[in-house]
Write a protein that binds this ligand. Structure first.
Ligand code: WT7
Length: 637
């Protein structure tokens, strides 16, 4: 697969970068030329950050699956598109060539159509990491339905919230999912969600764990039965729906500093061009490389860099059902050895967790096929960076520390493997098309280097968020009003003398726990729902493996006979309301929270207490009752 937009030297990087700033329309017009359009666009870019209104490749017509599948068939039909490694190493792996995947996607398009799904409909997908998840996503895209994948760690309540917000009438799920030595009851969770979502007309259930599940007549159908019908009807080809460049491709929910998660909307052409371009350049994929991204497709990393980005480049993408530490902590290296993986893309939390097992699990595995190591999701600390570099890459493999977000849809700031220099703990330089700007708290641009500021973007890029589903005003308020006429990322960053960026972490009330985003307000709301809880405050604290741990300060006035049990009950309420991924690591019961005279919780103080930095608490005189702080320090857990 030729990747004409691939940057091959540092000079080419600077040339591409400069062109992307001086002539963004010309730059993206050139790159878009390498994709398959049913009708060419008539304008490359139209935008303003006030509304915001972002349109890339206006009036262009295309289907992303023709770009990810059909156009490769002639040259790469027999090349593996997806390799699937099951949870259990004893079970057989699966390989789907581009032709296989194309056929299966078309088959499933028929299933969707036979079940009433049409262009523009929303479809929620709650599945484990099986190839059918990728097939379901691509089939939605081909038929023009907007997919919304829900990570398997979310609760029935979270599923229901998303079903209601998207008004999805069709859900695709599995009976269950295998994760390590656990079986996750996916269908049962969907059933619970559907009690309050009578508008859902169809649930398509794939068999994976073959655990007993309830199947409601008229509503629930088996994936396998539906495929059989398609086969016996002789339904084969499924022409790709003609989509507009700015037609929504998917909705993915993510947490913010206020209220409920918001549905980040990405559109067809911009997302396609951005993920394809960034994949090729950051990872420097070539030839028959085997590329392994360890993320879950339930998060943006899986959307952009397991499914769409790699497939748009004709790459071989390895998808793994299990977890890094089961049956043992050598599982990733086992997979690297088995398939001779060339590029691995994982998260600092996984690296730190594997570090804690020592070097034993690495031994006996051939890692010499590796060429590039990637990191994503949170800042990678220097210790983890060096461990990854020395023990996995054997100091031969460039590390790409990729900074981006659900809202950016693709990598924004990163080293290009082997092309631009890597610096431990730095994401380094912006990709072509990305115009970062640091501003102070008043929104004034910081021009000098060797400084820290709020990380914003002053110019649009093709893959940027278009809206928050059903509530454009929320999108405007969240991202475009903190600093007028800029996209605000919510992160802080340091810029060195050479223009390299080091991400310092969130500057808003969003936590990053094991690379997953948790909104403190959302979690507090969940805890406050627990009977007897009067009020709560959530802050993060440094955690050796998770990056950040969740510390909850809770005012509880129910029965105090067995506080250990109350703690467990609260965890259960969180698990039911949001999902197990949001469970606090520590709960401290307090009588009061430090508040200003106007009643605002002083999180800064709580953060210092949770971090154990009592000496840095600073001035408490503005508090309504400074004695509260002393009391909380005494009870620290
Ligand atoms: C937040 C976005 C990017 C896909 C996975 C997470 C943090 C992400 C890095 C990095 C430092 C990073 C930021 C960002 N983050 N990558 N390389 N270095 N921080 O997506 O759930 O939307 O979270 O993750 O704080 O804002 P997400």
């Amino acid at each position: 697969m030729p990747q004409p937009y691939k940057i091959n030297s540092i000079e080419e990087y600077y040339a591409a970068y400069n062109k992307s700033v001086q002539d963004p329309e010309g730059f993206w017009d050139d790159i878009a030329g390498y994709f398959l359009w049913k009708k060419k666009y008539d304008q490359v870019l139209e935008w303003n950050f006030e509304e915001p209104h972002i349109s890339f490749f206006k009036n262009g017509k295309l289907n992303i699956t023709e770009n990810c599948l059909d156009r490769h068939l002639g040259t790469l039909g027999n090349k593996p598109a997806l390799i699937w490694e099951p949870n259990d190493p004893e079970e057989h792996h699966r390989v789907l060539t581009y032709r296989d995947l194309h056929n299966k996607v078309m088959q499933f398009c028929h299933v969707l159509a036979n079940n009433g799904v049409k262009k523009g409909d929303r479809v929620c997908i709650y599945m484990g990491m099986v190839p059918e998840l990728a097939i379901a996503i691509l089939a939605c895209a081909r038929i023009g339905a907007i997919h919304s994948v829900i990570f398997g760690g979310f609760s029935a309540q979270s599923i229901a919230d998303r079903l209601i917000d998207t008004h999805s009438e069709c859900v695709i799920t599995c009976d269950g999912a295998f994760r390590g030595n656990k079986e996750v009851p996916l269908k049962a969770m969907v059933d619970d969600a559907l009690i309050g979502c009578k508008f859902v007309k169809r649930v398509i259930v794939l068999t994976r764990t073959r655990t007993p599940v309830s199947m409601i007549k008229g509503r629930d159908v088996w994936w396998e039965d539906e495929i059989k019908k398609v086969e016996s009807n002789g339904q084969r080809d499924f022409p790709a729906e003609i989509m507009d460049s700015e037609d929504p491709l998917f909705i993915l929910y993510t947490s913010g500093s206020t209220g409920k998660p918001k549905g980040v909307v990405h559109t067809t052409a911009g997302f396609m061009v951005w993920t394809a371009y960034t994949f090729a350049n950051v990872f420097q994929y070539s030839g028959d490389d085997i590329y392994f991204c360890t993320a879950d497709i339930g998060w943006i990393t899986g959307h952009s860099y397991i499914v769409y980005g790699p497939l748009a480049n004709g790459a071989t993408s390895l998808m793994f059902e299990g977890i890094p530490t089961w049956p043992d902590a050598g599982r990733f290296w086992d997979i690297v050895d088995k398939y001779r993986v060339n590029i691995i893309y994982t998260a600092p939390t996984a690296i730190r967790s594997l570090m804690s097992y020592g070097l034993g699990p690495i031994q006996g595995h051939r890692l010499d096929s590796l060429k590039v190591l990637g990191s994503v999701g949170e800042p990678i600390n220097e210790e983890a960076w060096h461990w990854y570099n020395e023990n996995i890459g054997k100091k031969r493999c460039p590390i790409v520390d990729t900074w981006w977000q659900t809202e950016t849809s693709g990598i924004m700031i990163s080293t290009l493997a082997g092309i631009t220099p890597a610096i431990p703990s730095y994401a380094t330089l912006p990709l072509p098309g990305v115009q970062p700007i640091l501003v102070d708290d008043h929104g004034k641009e910081i021009l000098e280097n060797e400084v820290t500021g709020n990380l914003c973007m002053k110019f649009p890029w093709p893959g940027m968020i278009r809206t928050t589903y059903g509530d454009h005003e929320r999108c405007r308020k969240t991202y475009f009003t903190t600093f007028p006429k800029m996209y605000f990322s919510g992160d802080g960053a340091f810029r060195d003398a050479k223009g390299n960026y080091r991400i310092t972490g969130r500057v808003d009330d969003v936590l990053n726990v094991s690379g997953h985003r948790i909104g403190t307000a959302e979690l507090e709301n969940a805890i406050n729902m627990h009977t007897g809880v009067i009020e709560s405050a959530i802050v993060g604290y440094p955690h050796d493996v998770k990056g950040q741990g969740v510390y909850a300060f809770v005012i509880f006035e129910g029965s105090k006979e067995d506080m250990n049990m109350v703690r467990k009950d609260i965890l259960e309420t969180v698990t039911r309301t949001i999902g197990a991924i949001a469970k606090p690591d520590k709960i401290q019961f307090v009588n009061n929270l430090p508040k200003t005279r106007s009643g605002k919780i002083m999180r800064r103080i709580l953060r210092k207490i949770a971090e154990g930095e009592m000496h840095a608490i600073g001035d408490t005189t503005s508090l309504l009752d400074p004695a509260v702080v002393t009391e909380i320090i005494k009870g620290k857990v």
